[in-house]
Design a binder for this molecule. Structure first.
Ligand SMILES: Cc1ncc(COP(=O)(O)O)c(C=O)c1O
Length: 464
């Protein structure tokens, strides 16, 4: 590996050519007051949830950290869900929450939609775990190939992580090159996270790291190492990275730089595919070489997929000279294939996705207006947004590194106190089940929470 390849470290390349951002961060009045407020919020939360507390403690004996999905963990312990319906979660202590997290986008349909329940029942009647091929797989593949401009052919996986690992491996095979260009702060799955700290939990490819929304850093990397770079893996909007949209010019230039350098452009649309029936790529008019999908497109079942032009996907087809195999016991599991097809056909039409996108745009501007007086903001696109403890411009995750994490923690608990569930890091994914009344309730809870934090002397109203 050449020394110029940066593996698992934030980009230290050339200075950004455009827009080093200076954000205005919200501030706490006093360190001790903020620490005391966090401790009090945790105490209050725990006292009200004895059943969740007992279940969390028992679970931690057999599950490290008491669960098996790290992102769901929060202090002092995550509540345990007893049941869910529509936009509501009810925990084992009887607290009800409006679900603004939407299972980190996998829950786009809301909880228990009847069309999905019916599709599940049909599978239960017909049989599952077939160890053979059934036509549901073809149905779902046809529906998705018809939707996404870049996808002529597709293959299924069990997760978005796996879809990205397969797409990267396919790109390396197709180009005969090794390196994978990614962006600082990007999350493409459990084994594909590119945060500031080094981690041993990372698929061991030789990575080249660039800065999101900084085309100069990409141009430089391609000039230096282009002949060794197989692919650029990018989300059209960084989701886990803070709902930071890729600027249209950045993504368009990325497309043309990749074409010029013979590098495959992979759009990770695991989250952004909801932006229209053809995903973010359709909305932006930028067509990648490969696309990866996941989350809600399996109707709430375990799902992932990667696809692209027939000529590239031929690598998996021996009849067309392909030499790659793609294993996976559950790749074509009937539950996901059948339920996914029913969800796409019956619930995810253009009208539904357009309306959700518009709703999200309107909601984000209301949330942003409520946050502005305290120096906070809402970033995002369509129905995905993140509450940031700073005001923009926020163009890449590094812009908000170092903002006081206690503010997010306090706001998260204040919202839980008011029966609103979002991610601890401020991430929100609207589902189709969220009503106008739910949106109003969120806004009222947010304004009330900010008032409380200001009155308690924790949060200082911004003067900028
Ligand atoms: C953009 C993106 N890519 C990939 C993944 C990984 O998907 P999965 O959790 O299904 O492995 C995620 C998950 O949050 C994601 O947000």
């Amino acid at each position: 590996m050449s020394e110029s390849v940066i593996v698992n470290r934030p980009s230290t390349g050339p200075a950004p050519t455009s827009g080093t951002c200076r954000v205005v961060a919200a501030t706490v009045a006093d360190d001790r007051v903020a620490d005391d407020a966090v401790a009090a919020a945790h105490r209050r939360y725990a006292e009200r949830r004895p059943n969740s507390a007992a279940q969390a403690a028992a679970a931690a004996r057999v599950l490290p950290a008491g669960s098996t999905r790290s992102v769901l963990d929060f202090d002092p312990f995550p509540f345990r869900v007893a049941r869910a319906s529509g936009s509501e979660l009810v925990d084992v202590d009887g607290h009800s929450y409006v679900d603004f997290l939407g299972d980190y986008t996998a829950g786009l349909l809301g909880h228990n939609p009847p069309a999905v329940a019916e599709a599940v029942r049909r599978v239960l009647e017909r049989g599952w775990s077939l160890g053979a091929v059934a036509d549901d797989e073809h149905r779902l593949a046809s529906l998705l190939c018809d939707r996404f401009p870049s996808v002529d052919q597709i293959r299924f996986t069990n997760s978005g992580t796996e879809a990205n690992l397969m797409a990267i491996s396919l790109a390396r095979h197709h180009t005969g090159r090794d390196r994978v260009l990614v962006f600082d702060g990007a999350y493409h799955g459990g084994l594909l996270y590119f945060g500031a700290a080094a981690t041993p939990i990372q698929a061991p490819y030789p990575y080249v790291r660039c800065r999101f929304n900084d085309i100069g850093s990409v141009r430089q990397a391609l000039a230096d190492q282009g002949s060794e770079i197989a692919c650029v893996l990018v989300e059209p909007m960084m989701g886990s990275g803070g709902c930071i949209p890729g600027e249209p010019d950045f993504l368009a230039e990325l497309r043309s730089l990749c074409s010029d350098a013979g590098v495959l452009l992979i759009f990770d649309e695991v989250m952004t595919s909801r932006m229209s029936t053809g995903g973010a790529q359709q909305r932006l008019g930028v067509v990648p070489d490969l696309t990866t999908l996941g989350k809600y497109l399996g109707g709430g079942m375990t799902f992932g997929a990667f696809g692209g032009p027939a000529a590239i996907m031929a690598a998996f087809d021996p009849a067309r000279g392909g030499t790659l195999t793609h294993g996976g016991t559950f790749n074509n599991n009937v539950m996901t294939m059948s339920v996914g097809a029913a969800a796409v056909e019956q619930l995810l039409g253009a009208g539904a996705l357009e309306a959700l996108f518009d709703r999200g745009e309107g909601f984000r501007s209301r949330v942003d207006a409520a946050l502005a007086p305290v120096g906070m903001s809402a970033t995002g696109w369509g129905s995905l947004l993140t509450v940031q403890a700073a005001r923009g411009p926020i163009r890449r995750p590094g812009d908000v590194q170092g903002v006081d994490s206690r503010l997010g923690e306090l706001l998260f608990h204040a919202m839980l106190d008011r029966g609103v569930y979002l991610a601890r890091r401020g991430f929100i994914a609207l589902s189709l089940a969220i009503s106008d009344a739910d949106l109003d309730r969120f806004l009222a809870a947010l304004e009330d929470s900010l008032d409380e934090l200001t009155t308690d002397g924790v949060l200082v109203a911004s003067t900028s």
